[in-house]
Write a protein of this length. Structure first.
Length: 228
């Protein structure tokens, strides 16, 4: 299922767009404040599409777009009541892929969404991922503290799993998806294998092993990494 972040502060419009995108079979995550969207830029960068209003409370959509572009080339569709040529050029120069002025026809929005989702995916390439006050260097497999001191070195499989989480920040990964992508179809780890990996990550990155802030095990569903 394609995952779309919808950043829009007009509640009625947001609900309408979200409902129609959901009917089309997309997973939609909505955000109504610009400052929150700015904080979640790295998380949004792992999605399939971002629909981004320009005029937002807290931080404008142009700044949010620039922040997302620090992490990935995820397609971005701007929505805005400001539809002059100058406004469009500013949005596209900031890193937007398309620009739809308000008011707009819903069919045109859905068509633009379909076109943008057809753009070949450029997954986020993480070389260093910050988790709390520590970071993981994917080139050296090292865990570093805030001063750059090496604290631990992960195995390749531990890093591969971390990289999978990094590409899907905020998204729940099912046990089957993880086993298929990390272990492959010809290997049969025990049901507790992933739990043990999550526990090892928590020992390094979490202050509280029982109440994980970053690494989450969702009973009967799967696992996810959040950076909030």
């Amino acid at each position: 299922m394609k995952r779309i972040y919808l950043v829009e502060d007009e509640s009625v419009l947001l609900d309408s767009i979200k409902m129609n995108l959901s009917y089309e079979g997309y997973e939609v995550i909505d955000i109504q404040k610009g400052n929150l969207a700015f904080e979640k830029a790295e998380e949004m960068s792992t999605s399939d599409l971002v629909i981004l209003d320009v005029m937002l409370p807290g931080a404008n959509g142009i700044d949010v777009c620039r922040e997302i572009r620090r992490f990935s080339e995820v397609p971005i569709l701007f929505l805005s009541a400001k539809g002059t040529t100058v406004d469009r050029v500013v949005g596209l120069k900031a890193g937007g892929n398309d620009y739809l002025p308000k008011p707009f026809d819903l069919e045109e929005l859905l068509l633009k969404v379909k076109i943008l989702l057809a753009i070949p995916s450029k997954k986020t390439i993480h070389h260093v991922l910050n988790i709390g006050n520590k970071s993981i260097d994917f080139n050296t497999f090292e865990v570093l503290d805030s001063e750059g001191k090496s604290l631990h070195v992960f195995s390749k499989r531990e890093v591969d799993l971390l990289h999978l989480f990094a590409e899907n920040i905020g998204r729940v990964l099912s046990r089957d998806e993880i086993l298929d992508k990390i272990w492959g179809m010809d290997q049969f780890p025990t049901p507790r294998t992933i739990d043990n990996y999550i526990l090892s990550y928590r020992k390094i990155f979490e202050a509280d092993l029982k109440e994980g802030k970053f690494f989450h095990s969702i009973r009967g569903v799967g696992y996810k990494l959040t950076l909030a």
